[in-house]
Ligand binder design. Structure first.
Ligand SMILES: [Ca+2]
Length: 317
């Protein structure tokens, strides 16, 4: 059954967003030649729409007779000192099974020195509906690693979500050497919604494009661009997976990255280990002879829209 969805813009939530894919699509047509006179600004990505909290028909009926807090995950890991442009995110909200339509408040609190991006979530919430909002959490470098708690309180109900703060070298990266490592780009579009660190946040879907989930360079129709990820120490590297923007509305074949080189920094020298040309898909896996390197660089050479480099995620193994 299709959920009935309504979206309420909430001005108090300006710091966060659940944004749909937003990007201006240039006309497809390949790489522009040197005589192209299109102004560079003509195809700049749009700003994301007004931040919103999503209210939808409740997806499960637990908590009958009550207003209950809900969370998208049952635990959360936060890297101490991670790039503040890419804080850890968790979906939080509440479900109204009370049988009455209410103006509902949910209080958000963390144990210890961490601070959530908002102290509460408030919304009109019809009976049988639930509300979802993104909560951001960054741990400064001086936060002591350890176990903390996120506490959600709505009505008479409380929900505790364990939060572990870890040093980057102690993060369970699932074998992805790039996860949460420092990322830097030759340029980034100024809006702040496309940070380089978005390519190492562990989210390889295109859903959060324009919401911080991927990188968009800031020099339209100027190539190459570079995207560097440092690995903390020399590591054996033999595979790089690159995810570019790819949605139904904005398919990779029209707006995704087309040509790029993969480089690994070995003993201070950048070495090209793979070349990708003519890509029209959302993900390309590059395998190569293992090298011992302390950084990975993507040198972008062309996109299918001819304007920008758009990278959702880079995984290194
Ligand atoms: Ca990402």
């Amino acid at each position: 059954m299709k959920s009935k969805r309504i979206t309420l813009a909430v001005a108090a939530l300006a710091a966060v967003a659940i944004a749909g894919p937003v990007v201006a699509v240039a006309e497809a047509g390949g790489e522009p030649g040197p005589a192209v006179r299109t102004p560079p600004e003509a195809v700049a990505p749009q700003e994301q729409p007004a931040p919103a909290v999503e209210v939808r028909a409740a997806r499960d009926g637990a908590g009958k007779g009550r207003l209950v807090p809900i969370a998208g995950v049952d635990k959360l890991a936060v890297v101490a000192g991670a790039d503040p442009d890419c804080p850890a995110a968790i979906q939080v909200g509440m479900r109204n099974q009370s049988g009455k339509n209410v103006y509902a408040d949910m209080l958000v609190a963390f144990d210890g020195p961490l601070r959530p991006s908002r102290p509460m979530v408030s919304s009109y919430l019809p009976s049988g509906y639930e509300l979802g909002a993104k909560l951001l959490l960054a741990a400064p470098p001086d936060v002591t690693p350890g176990d903390y708690g996120l506490n959600l309180e709505a009505g008479d109900e409380r929900l505790a979500v364990p939060v572990s703060v870890v040093g980057i070298d102690d993060l369970d990266n699932g074998g992805n050497l790039a996860l949460r490592r420092p990322a830097a780009a030759s340029s980034t579009v100024l809006s702040g919604n496309y940070p380089a660190c978005g390519v190492v946040d562990g989210d390889n879907t295109s859903d959060g494009w324009a919401g911080g989930n991927g990188w968009n360079d800031g020099t339209s129709r100027v190539w190459p661009d570079t995207l560097d990820i440092t690995l903390g120490a020399p590591r054996q590297v033999s595979r790089v997976d690159l995810y570019t923007l790819d949605t139904e509305r904005y398919p990779a074949a029209k707006v995704g990255l087309r040509d790029w080189d993969v480089q690994v920094r070995v003993a201070g020298e950048w070495r090209t280990v793979a070349e990708v040309r003519g890509n029209v898909t959302g993900m390309v896996r590059s395998d190569f002879t293992a090298v011992n390197g302390d950084a990975v660089r993507i040198v972008t050479l062309a996109s299918n829209s001819g304007d920008y480099s758009r990278v959702i995620e880079v995984k290194v193994r």
